[in-house]
Each structure stands twice: as structure tokens, then as C-alpha cells.
Design a protein around this ligand. Structure first.
Ligand code: LLP
Length: 431
């Protein structure tokens, strides 16, 4: 288990001034006072800078665009966050009818949407075709046939791409590795050519692209290159057979620093991949990138209040008002998130497990953290802008936390705290 000696991640939207932490120009303590805790706080500046860095890395030194960024909204699908990215020029990567509805709710251009996911229902496929999305990423032969059937019923043609499972080890947590042959994702590498041939013969399918995604929180470029080379081998083969691929979607997955990790520089990363595409003679392809975590991860913190300090026989516990219900990542992946008191305090520090009120021993947010805290103090759990709120649950009948976006001195409530009465408003007693 990692200890509190881990450095803080680089945060562009959150800074410490005279012992107090700020989101841009706004003290975190003021936000807790106004909106209560647990509270997700995002910095508009941080997510803007993250997007712009990624987008700049997709344009060459002559100003020519080499790739497009489609934000993987599964990482953070709050409408205000999506709207910021839309205004910056992003397209979106979606994985459900619900995410499609969110994209349409913010007025995203349908041709900026790619629809992925391993188990799309006929209703979701119809929703995507009716909306006119750019592409549906197909994950199995059975799904290809279902899409053809739905398109036939709707009397339209379905633009598709096949998701290749390249059998490449992304060297990340097994739960977020997606490109190994034992994973449920994509079409097995040896079946891809056959599936393209089959797709080319289907009456209501337009073959547009090829895609792959090998996992998330990947901190080296090598596995991407391995996957890319395997995908390009397929594109070359298809070209020889007269099946033309127009776009190549390389998925998302670039990791962030939660403290210790040093992911590749974004420009080096895109240059390495895009140069490889060009060197192999495929510079004419439209390239799609689907980053999620790297655009929002370090643009958000979760603010929580210390309820109790509980000395234990083996461990001290710092019991806070956030839990696995607000931030699932530690319980699910043993993920590390930095935890800091938002005001420096001259009290004795001690080592604590930071835990929530949920009735599970797996409900912890940080282990063995050295903290100088007292009851009532506020803590910020760092790097929680990605896969934080979106994975929250109502377990133990706990309401979803509120979310705010800070823009300099301005603060916007972008999601209200859920009300307890709404949690069971849709339930019915027996007659
Ligand atoms: N594209 C596809 C097809 C994906 O499956 C994913 C993430 C992405 C893009 C975005 O990947 P990113 O750039 O965010 O790494 N809940 C986990 C992460 C699951 C990621 C699943 N797929 C976590 O909290 O670490």
C-alpha cells in the first residue's frame, strides 16, 4: 500500500496560498460553507488547459490538423463540463443511450459523436442512427448484424467502424485493461478481416473506420505503438482487398499523475503515434483520439469534512462524510488519490486510514495518510475529476453529492445535491 510520502500531482486549477487551498480565485473553505460537503469542485481553467494542450498536440507545426479530440464523456458527463468541451471544439465518445442523450442535450453536432460500447441494445442503436452519429464502433459480429437489421428497419445506412482487440498488454490495472484477448472488448484480431468482408456485403452498413482501445491510465507509449502497428497491418490488408478505411480511432487511455506516475508529454505522445501512421503511408486517414481521464482527472477535487477521529488498536481512522459512494476508485481498484487538509493547522499529525461512513470495510478513500487534522476540518481528495462523480452510487441511501465549477472568482452550481426524498420517490408500496 502506498504511503503519504507520495508527492502531490501537478494541479493547474488548485493552489495553496498562505496555508489555504483555492480553486482558481475561490477559497475551497468558502465553497464548503456555501454548498456543503461532500462536494465535487472542477476548475474551468484546468479543464480548458488540458483540452487545449491535447488539441494543440493534434495540429502540426504548419497548422495542419492531424487528429481530432473526442472527449470520452464516461469520465465526467456533467452537462456543464460537456458544454465547456463542446465550446472548445471537442467531439465526444459515447457508450450508452444515456450519454447520447446528454450529448444531444448540450447541442453537440451529431457528426462529432462516436458511439462505442460492448452491449448496445437495438433501442440504443436506433437512437444513434436517428441522431445521425458519425460512427458506431462495432464490438462483435452479432452486433454488426443487429446494426444492419436496425438500419434496415429505419431505412437508413449505418456508418460503422470495427473495434479491433489487438491483444496488447497496456500494463495497467486488470479492471481497466481492455485490449487483451481475454477481455470482453472488440473483435478478436484473427477475426477482424473476415468481419470486414462480411460487413462490406451487408445491405445497410457503410464501413468507415477501424478502432481500438487498449485500456486506461496507461503511462507509456509503447503499448499504443504495438496496437497501432497491428491495426495498420489490418488497414493495409483491407486496402489490398479493395476495402477502404477512412478513419482510424485510437481510443483513449493516456494516464495522469495521481502523484508518482509520469505519463508521456502529450505532444510527444501524439507525435509518436501520428508520425508512425504517416511513416506507414496512412497519413490520409482521419484520426480520432478519445481521451477522458487526461482531460478532466486533475481538474477536479472532492471536498469532504472530517466527522470523527477514531484511534484504533492497529490503525487510526479519520472518518469523513464522503465515502465509496462518492468516490468508488479506491474500493474498486485500490486507487491512490492525494488527500490534503485545505487549511494548514498547527496540530499534531498522525497516520490515518481515511474512511467513509458506509457499512463496508472496503469503504476507504486513503490508507496510512499522515494528516494534521481535527474533527470538523475539511479535506480535499485530489485528482477526482475523472471517474469520480460518474461512478457514484446511492448505496446506503446516500444522496448524490453536488458539483460546482469554478471560473476565477465565479462559482457555478452545475449539479444540485440530490434530495433524500428523491431517492425513493420512484418506489411503490404493494397495494
Ligand atoms: N474510449 C474507450 C473505448 C474507452 O473504453 C475508454 C475508457 C476511453 C475511451 C477513455 O479512456 P481514458 O482516456 O479515460 O483512460 N473507471 C476507470 C476507468 C475506466 C475506463 C474505461 N474506458 C477508472 O476509474 O480508472
Amino acid at each position: 500500500m502506498k504511503s503519504s510520502a507520495i508527492p502531490l500531482p501537478t494541479l493547474s486549477g488548485f493552489t495553496e496560498r498562505n496555508g489555504s487551498w483555492y480553486a482558481e480565485e475561490t477559497p475551497l473553505a468558502d465553497l464548503a460553507q456555501k454548498f456543503g460537503t461532500p462536494l465535487y469542485i472542477y476548475s474551468k481553467k484546468a479543464l480548458t488547459e488540458a483540452y487545449q494542450a491535447y488539441d494543440r498536440a493534434c495540429v502540426d507545426s504548419n497548422g495542419k490538423r492531424r487528429a481530432r479530440v473526442h472527449f470520452a464523456m464516461k469520465a465526467n458527463s456533467n452537462l456543464a463540463v460537456l458544454d465547456c468541451f463542446k465550446k472548445l471544439g471537442a467531439g465526444f465518445d459515447l457508450v450508452s443511450g444515456g450519454e447520447l442523450a446528454r450529448a444531444l442535450a448540450i447541442g453537440a453536432e451529431p457528426k462529432s459523436l462516436v458511439f462505442a460500447g460492448v452491449g448496445k441494445s437495438a433501442a440504443e442503436i436506433a437512437q444513434a442512427l436517428n441522431a445521425g452519429v458519425k460512427c458506431i464502433n462495432v464490438e462483435s459480429i452479432a452486433e454488426l448484424h443487429k446494426i444492419n437489421r436496425v438500419a434496415q428497419e429505419l431505412n437508413c445506412r449505418a456508418p460503422i467502424s470495427l473495434r479491433v482487440n489487438p491483444d496488447v498488454d497496456a500494463q495497467t490495472h486488470p479492471y481497466i485493461s481492455t485490449g487483451l484477448k481475454g477481455n470482453k472488448f472488440g473483435i478478436a484480431y484473427h477475426e477482424v478481416l473476415k468481419t470486414y468482408r462480411e460487413a462490406a456485403l451487408l445491405s445497410h452498413i457503410d464501413v468507415l473506420g477501424i478502432d481500438c482501445h487498449i485500456g486506461s491510465q496507461i503511462t507509456t507509449t509503447a503499448p499504443y505503438l504495438d496496437a497501432l502497428d497491428k491495426v495498420l497491418d489490418l488497414v493495409a490488408h483491407l486496402h489490398r482487398e479493395g476495402i477502404e478505411i477512412h478513419h482510424l480511432d485510437l481510443g483513449g487511455g493516456l494516464g495522469i499523475s495521481y502523484g508518482e506516475e509520469s505519463p508521456p508529454d502529450i505532444t510527444d505522445f501524439t507525435n509518436t503515434l501520428l508520425n508512425r501512421v504517416a511513416e506507414r503511408g496512412f497519413g490520409h486517414l482521419d484520426i480520432v483520439l478519445e481521451p477522458g481521464r487526461s482531460l478532466v482527472g486533475n481538474a477536479g477535487v472532492l471536498l469532504t469534512q472530517v466527522e470523527y477521529l477514531k484511534p484504533g488498536v492497529e490503525k487510526n481512522f479519520c472518518i469523513v462524510d464522503a465515502a465509496m459512494t462518492e468516490l468508488m476508485r479506491p474500493a474498486l481498484y485500490e486507487a491512490y488519490h492525494g488527500i490534503i487538509p485545505i487549511k494548514a493547522k498547527a496540530v499534531k499529525s498522525a497516520s490515518y486510514d481515511v474512511v467513509g461512513p458506509v457499512c463496508e470495510s472496503g469503504d476507504w478513500l486513503g490508507k496510512d495518510r499522515t494528516l494534521a487534522v481535527e474533527e470538523g476540518d475539511l479535506l480535499a481528495i485530489l485528482s477526482t475529476g475523472a471517474y469520480g462523480f460518474v461512478m457514484a452510487s446511492n448505496y446506503n441511501t446516500r444522496p448524490m453529492p453536488a458539483e460546482v465549477m469554478v471560473d476565477g472568482k465565479n462559482v457555478y452550481l452545475i449539479r444540485e445535491r440530490e434530495k433524500i426524498k428523491d431517492l425513493f420517490a420512484n418506489e411503490h408500496l404493494l397495494p
